[in-house]
Ligand binder design. Sequence first.
Ligand code: MLT
Length: 404
Amino acid sequence: MFQINENYQKLPGSYLFSTIAKKVAAFTEENPEKDVIRLGIGDVTQPLAPAIIEAMHKAVDEMGSAASFHGYAPDLGYDFLRRAIAENDYRARGCEIAEDEIFVSDGAKSDSANIQEIFGPDNRIAVCDPVYPVYVDSNVMAGRTGTYDKETERWSRVIYMPCTAENGFVPEFPKEEPDLIYLCLPNNPTGTTLTKAQLQAWVDYANRIGAVILYDGAYEAYISEPDVAHSIYECDGAKTCAIELKSFSKNAGFTGVRLGYTVVPKELRCGDVSLRDMWARRHGTKFNGAPYIVQRAGEAVYSEAGKAQLKEQVAYYMKNAAAIKEGLKECGYTVFGGVNAPYIWLKTPNGMTSWEFFDDLLSRANVVGTPGSGFGPSGEGYFRLTAFGSAENTQAALARIRSM
Ligand code: MLT
């Protein structure tokens, strides 16, 4: 008789955004006349930029002719894309990352969930609290997190690093020593970030204790302040302790197209074992590459036209972020984020729990957001709104919140 992976049975509830989708579906079924504005999941709304569409069309045509048809992609991704990434995301910023340290994938969500499998089952993970749920849930599935305490909403073997208004959303080095440290900067969900000096301190700490930082840079394109690192490899010593995960979803609108990459530097070793070689083995065995058409679309992100068009797209969303932030402030809310990231993190009013505020906002303003407690116990009493809506919907949502 077969057995199941019992670790899945330990997962409390469903994936955060599935729970929200179900709640919203139930609300719209009961209130079909209500026009619901969705500022919950961080999904983009603007169409793909013209330079990207043009590259995709061209690639589709190539696939239609035997002379230019492409089958399986190379294990690590096409050279043209890895070259563009190395040049634009790294060398242009003074970081020496080689093409063969870059692994093209179908997105940072899957990479951030999969990367844990090259580490031993007994490694202790440390996460910011609140945190993008995928990091914890994927470690639960792998049996690395111990037991779940419903009361505290914490796993016994996970080290939580609270990030709240009280500590300026800056995680402190934990008392217990972690082996793997997840950092997402600029941060999802709080929309805040660390300065380069603060990040350097984490790199030094990881090198000192022999830990690996799993660095999620999905929101890097939204950085507007000068003393914020665009890559962890801007920090000295990061190549011996950090893996960087990047996405094309938020900077280029690829949430439905699917493309990302992971950097595993050759210097990152455990004794004489290269983590880069382990990830290459994993990638080669379990993944057949992102589609040629999508990788050509990714290459267009780095073209001159692509860069200019995407700069405008990012500015469009950040205008929404500023409008939400200012609008909420005017209504008396305490708000964070929205400067280097497309997320606004607000304190729920009148001592409401995150889910109470979710229900209140949905029923009275017909606006969907994300309850902070869904990201971890320290997210209780907070709420996230995304700037990825259209400008019209963002303004309409604000008007409704104002009249609540
Ligand atoms: C979010 O809303 O936190 C993100 O969009 C989810 C994701 O990127 O997978």
